[in-house]
Design a protein around this ligand. Sequence first.
Ligand SMILES: Cc1cc2nc3c(=O)[nH]c(=O)nc-3n(C[C@H](O)[C@H](O)[C@H](O)COP(=O)(O)OP(=O)(O)OC[C@H]3O[C@@H](n4cnc5c(N)ncnc54)[C@H](O)[C@@H]3O)c2cc1C
Length: 380
Amino acid sequence: MDFTLSEEQLMIRQAARDFSRNELLPGVIERDEAQKFPKAQIKKMGEMGFMGMMVDPIYGGSGLDTISYAIAMEEFSKVDSSASVVVSVNNSLVCWGVETFGNEAQKEKYLKRLATGEIIGAFCLSEPEAGSDATSQRTTAIDKGNHYVLNGTKNWITNGNTAEVYLVIAQTDKEKGHKGINALIVEKGMEGFEIGPKENKLGIRGSDTHSLIFNDVIVPKENRIGEDGFGFKFAMKTLAGGRIGIAAQALGIASGAYELALKYSKERKAFGTEISNHQAIAFKLADMHTQIEAARHLVYKAAWDKDQGNNYDLSGAMAKLYASQVAMETAVEAVQIHGGNGFVKDYHVERLMRDAKITQIYEGTSEIQKIVISRDILRD
Ligand SMILES: Cc1cc2nc3c(=O)[nH]c(=O)nc-3n(C[C@H](O)[C@H](O)[C@H](O)COP(=O)(O)OP(=O)(O)OC[C@H]3O[C@@H](n4cnc5c(N)ncnc54)[C@H](O)[C@@H]3O)c2cc1C
């Protein structure tokens, strides 16, 4: 067993760390407050190869492993999870989905531009009546021979307005249940495709979350990913990998909050000494550090499983479940260590606390992760 990161992985970490400090940190408080999408920052991340990290270089990607991707996600998320969620959706849901299951024409047409960050993508599964219960799709894609007619509403879609390409999951044959679901590539601007208002959120406020409305949108058959009826499997397989990215995001939020709390505890004095000298504070830091390290091992293990070609449904679900819990708890304690200063925006920890919550909700809530884990361990 070797816990050493490769030279390349260390370089990625340094590049992502520098980028976070130099490009994401300036203005992060203002973007959060104004719900401003980090457009310039995402453009630069594309230029640096962060938008298609695991994509084969023949399609314009960086050809890196999942561990490198998790490392970069952790670094970005220490500072700005509104930016890192864009990286996560584009890399592990959209690029990975098209590269793994799309055909050559789809890769030529869409993947090359997605992987370089020239355009960004969105992954559209959730609906007003289909969240955790993703099989209850009400959006329909009716087969009309050489095209589908798409009708319905998706909600909570990350990159909802900024994306150019949308992977939309819809029901073609209700009789067949989840085996009658398809995944279609929908382009912004297709007739009948409308974007709803932006959600006003608790956290990751710079990210662009919208509902999407489809009214008789004609989608050519060549835009279907995989065989007829593959859509639900496509969504589940893609989300299994996506969870590693969100687990890494949670790990980053926890690490970012911990680093700020550690620094503050060595500067702030109370009762004639730095607060880190009070054992109640030192023990909080000890717990945070230990839990973060445990979360990191789970995240890297899930990423390693994916890179090795092992099944990563279980390790990815465990990584997301645990890392998101650590993110929430660590961020709350980081606010506590900052006292009153933790409650105001200038010290960053209140934002990290608000951002942490989403990691327990999207790409499968914590309860859904426990369903995945328990089913796996109880299987004969
Ligand atoms: C900011 C944001 C961004 C998002 N981005 C995207 C995106 O890009 N694409 C996309 O498709 N979706 C996206 N989502 C949607 C997200 O994945 C869903 O919100 C999530 O899956 C939960 O679905 P729901 O909100 O309908 O909650 P529900 O499914 O209604 O769940 C409500 C509560 O019930 C619990 N629950 C439900 N079923 C069970 C069960 N069987 N056992 C135990 N507990 C259960 C849940 O865990 C939760 O606590 C996003 C959501 C948000 C808030």
